[in-house]
Write a protein of this length. Structure first.
Length: 367
């Protein structure tokens, strides 16, 4: 049985719950309130993170809400306790980025990832709090990044896979200038209760088309496709069992109040009569390494681990997926020991099948 690693690959930090946008598909429950992380919370996390960073490369991901809504002065105070060896990343909607923010990113060597769903017509659900399209504001932020020579990655949400969309999106992001692209098919998660079931052929076809677009001009690192190809190569080399870590990364998310949510950042801010607030401790009272050392004692975590083992025993895609994400199980099934979810189908099973379908078509065309 796979347990929980005691040292994570990275830590997620929530500098504020507030977001200045109100996207239709957003999962965050507290995005209309400004609950800011205190400096003592950041300092408590830094005490552990600085040690991990001295042992090897280590990242802190600042994720809200909209992290930049915390303001430069406050975010700088939160960054201050961390050693210079720690890598900082920020996931932002880019609407607040200007030259002053770019100076901040450069001064703190912060890596930037922008959330944008493609051209203007594909961003209809990314809305301001006044219910206006956010696209022009996003593009002003992207232009500031380009003007200041700051490389950035992009994260795109796909609400409805359809023919032609993958090629359109890939061409758009080539022109945007990002160096890494991640694609998320919309998930039923948090306060977003829209069902994310799609026809098998539409989803598989979307991924196959995306692979084809990438192969024509592979200038962008395409997160999902490259991971799929790495897995397929490992299967051919009979080394696939070496790709999954022996222990699950706990992916600790530290909330604005110091609470630690494991395995799925999307659970932060929620509570349940059976599971409580999903936290495994608080860094203001318990050092983060101690929280991680006792992770399996959290009732819902042990239930999730049982679900992972159920996946291992019955799912032929387990070697690629590793058992899925806790939040998807909870928000789709209402508990953590269920197995297959729509997220599994859309972003794991159909992804791998789409890559294989493209490979088969490529081989046929070559012959």
């Amino acid at each position: 049985m796979r347990g929980i690693a005691t040292v994570p690959g990275y830590v997620v930090m929530q500098p504020t719950t507030l977001c200045n946008l109100d996207c239709v598909y957003c999962y965050l429950p507290l995005r209309s309130t400004d609950r800011r992380m205190s400096v003592p919370v950041a300092a408590a996390v830094a005490e552990a993170v600085n040690g991990w960073a001295r042992a090897g490369r280590f990242s802190v991901v600042w994720h809200g809400g909209e992290p930049l809504a915390a303001g430069r002065e406050h975010l700088a105070a939160l960054l201050a306790p961390f050693d210079a060896t720690v890598e900082h990343h920020v996931q932002t909607n880019a609407t607040l980025i200007d030259d002053a923010w770019c100076e901040f990113f450069l001064a703190h060597r912060m890596r930037v990832s922008v959330s944008v769903d493609g051209p203007a017509s594909r961003n209809a659900e990314r809305r301001t709090r006044g219910d206006r399209p956010a696209y022009e504001r996003i593009m002003r932020g992207v232009e500031a990044l380009r003007r200041n020579g700051i490389p950035f990655s992009a994260l795109c949400v796909v609400t409805r896979p359809e023919p032609g969309l993958a090629s359109e999106l890939y061409d758009y992001f080539l022109g945007l200038g990002c160096d890494v692209l991640g694609i998320n098919i919309e998930e039923m998660e948090g306060v977003n209760t829209r069902v994310n079931a799609h026809p098998v052929g539409a989803v598989t076809g979307f991924w196959a088309e995306l692979v084809a677009a990438w192969r024509r001009d592979p200038r962008i690192h395409l997160r999902e496709v490259e991971w799929s190809l790495r897995y397929a190569a490992a299967v051919l080399d009979d080394t696939a069992d070496q790709l999954l870590p022996r222990r699950l990364d706990p992916i600790p998310t530290v909330g604005h109040d110091g609470s630690v949510i494991l395995l799925s950042p999307e659970l932060a801010g929620f509570s349940d009569r059976r599971y409580g607030d999903f936290s495994s401790g608080n860094v203001l009272t318990t050092p983060l390494p101690e929280v991680l050392a006792t992770a399996a004692e959290t009732p819902w975590v042990s239930e999730f681990l049982a679900g992972v083992e159920a996946c291992r025993s019955r799912c032929p895609y387990f070697g690629f997926c590793g058992g899925g994400h806790a939040a998807n199980r909870y928000f789709e099934h209402g508990r953590f020991d269920g197995t297959e979810t729509n997220h599994c189908r859309n972003s794991k099973i159909r992804l791998l099948e789409g890559v294989l379908d493209h490979a088969r078509g490529y081989e046929c065309a070559a012959s």
